[in-house]
Design a protein. Structure first.
Lengths: 295, 234
């Protein structure tokens, strides 16, 4: 088998999974851009979305593409609550307090999930077939998930550019005092950004289960918080399209990295691939701290 | 009466900045608030606008008590602020900045008319309309900040130090434009540069250490010994 046909499945799976990574990082990036708050609890909402996908399918037979809507609504409501009950009372200027509170929320959600749903890995099987492209097997569910993720990111970008509410969000990102001056209710924009950001994150949690159908667990969130930050920083915090593109890049690097390190005989190729991703974060912070794109 | 500020007191944390500040802006007039750095000029504007919460006293827009309304409600009722440091949206074009200036519902329907108005006042903004605000010169940014505030169709315009950091020639052209604003809005202008401010205003107040120490018609202030010595450098 030649090199190209060996590596192309990894390129493809990197792109497909990268599309989901990109989607989840847009939520993080939006919240950071607007509220200047690092949502450490990010991974917990991914976990929540994963459980939504699991229970919707196994209990009611609702497929992930439909339960994604449920996750968006649930995440949106929780995001609004996080703003009103956690971020606002602490005061946006107390960044450290908010960071600690969100870390507490992360732990609280993981433990609540363990009490409610048990500590074990759960999963589901759901296939709608696959097709072959030049020797590559592509599952329809993964392809549809990746394309839908792209469509959602584009819709979000259109919302931010074409609607008054979206423009108000962008105004707050660029200068919150300026936004106040033109008559924008900044408090409402903060609540909206938290709701949309966490809604999208939870929705992305549903899509992630298309790729790890048996990896659902109360403690699965941690690595997603880490990866989310690498991707959001790579894309330029606050930039939606930047976060998405960075997700694709991140997916490609970890997937191809996995291939390369397993070919080279490393014991833990997926850990090594993550190492490369974090090395990348370090280099970006050193040499281009504004990321690939800005809003 | 367009704007009435009565016995206003405010500050930051426990630090009181304004002591019993009262002033009024008649309809169609330009009123200037003179004073040295740190006198409380910016705080007066910010408290009037609602970014800083008043401790006591009141603010009336026409006959309406707006003392405790948040900024976005004040903009809706007809008060606009050109803030210190301009606070434009740097990554947006001139047109996008202006469109956001007309964010309040009352102003949205009139966007096209108001755009013509501000382009007439500052023709350079029309030339630069597709340029990002962050790439404009300091003078152009100041013009854009004033134009953005006008986009909300205010009855009263609060302007904070429009001359700050600008070359005298640029200051001159901005103040010439301000002079023409009388027909659109009443203006309260906080300014350190007493020379240019007194040239275009009708009435003025002098603020020192958070208190109004002097007031009068522009001509009288220009001839006042204290103003001459402390602010006009003659």
């Amino acid at each position: 088998m030649d090199f190209f046909s060996q590596i192309s499945p990894f390129l493809l799976s990197g792109l497909l999974l990268g599309s989901i990574y990109g989607l989840s990082a847009t939520g993080l990036s939006l919240i950071f851009g607007v509220l200047k708050v690092a949502n450490i609890a990010h991974g917990a909402f991914i976990m929540l979305g994963a459980y939504v996908a699991y229970f919707a399918l196994t209990m009611w037979g609702v497929v992930p593409f439909v339960s994604a809507i449920l996750a968006l609504a649930l995440g949106g409501a929780l995001g609004y609550l996080v703003y009103v009950a956690v971020v606002k009372p602490l005061g946006l200027k107390n960044e450290l307090n908010i960071l600690v509170a969100l870390f507490a929320l992360f732990l609280l959600m993981a433990e609540a999930a363990r009490i409610l749903w048990g500590p074990d890995f759960v999963g589901y099987t759901w296939t709608i077939g696959s097709f072959s492209l030049g020797g590559l097997i592509i599952e329809y569910t993964k392809l549809a998930g990746a394309l839908l993720a792209l469509a959602i990111v584009i819709s979000l970008e259109v919302f931010l550019r074409k609607t008054y509410a979206g423009r108000a969000i962008r105004a707050v990102v660029q200068d919150s005092v300026g936004a106040q001056v033109v008559g924008i209710n900044v408090d409402r924009v903060y609540a909206l950004a938290a709701a949309v950001g966490i809604g999208i994150t939870t929705l992305a949690g549903v899509f992630i289960t298309l790729f790890i159908p048996v990896g659902i667990n109360p403690y699965m969130g941690g690595p997603y918080t880490l990866m989310g930050f690498v991707i959001a920083v790579l894309g330029g915090l606050g930039s939606i399209m930047g976060a998405y593109l960075a997700g694709l890049v991140f997916g490609l690097i970890t997937s191809v990295g996995y291939f390369a390190f397993s070919e080279l005989g490393f014991a833990e190729p997926s850990q090594m691939a993550l190492f490369i991703a974090f090395l990348m974060l370090l280099l970006i912070l050193l040499f281009k701290p504004t990321g690939l794109l800005r809003i | 009466m367009a704007l009435l500020v009565k016995n206003l007191e405010s500050g930051y944390g426990k630090l009181k900045i304004l002591f019993d500040v009262s002033l009024k802006v008649e309809e169609g007039s330009i009123v200037t608030l003179l004073g040295p750095n740190g006198a409380g000029k910016t705080t007066t504007l910010l408290t009037t606008f609602g970014v800083v919460k008043p401790w006591s006293g009141s603010v009336y827009l026409g006959d309406v008590d707006v003392t405790h309304l948040p900024p976005h409600k004040k903009v809706d009722l007809g008060i606009a602020l050109v803030p210190e440091g301009r606070r434009l949206f740097p990554e947006m074009t001139v047109v996008e900045n202006l469109a956001l200036g007309a964010y309040v519902k009352r102003a949205r329907d009139k966007v096209d008319d108001t755009l013509e108005l501000v382009y007439g006042l500052f023709p350079i903004l029309k030339e630069r309309r597709w340029q990002k605000a962050g790439t404009l010169s300091g003078g152009e940014q100041q013009m854009l900040a004033i134009a953005r505030a006008l986009m909300s169709r205010p009855k009263v315009l609060l302007i904070d130090e429009p001359s700050a950091g600008l070359a005298p020639k640029v200051v001159e052209s901005i103040f010439q434009a301000l002079k023409q604003l009388r027909s659109e809005a009443s203006v309260l202008l906080a300014e350190q540069n007493a020379g240019v401010a007194l040239e275009i205003c009708d009435y003025g107040y002098v603020l020192e250490n958070g208190q109004i120490v002097l007031e009068g018609a522009a001509g009288d202030l220009a001839n006042n010994e204290h103003v001459k010595k402390s602010y006009l450098g003659v």
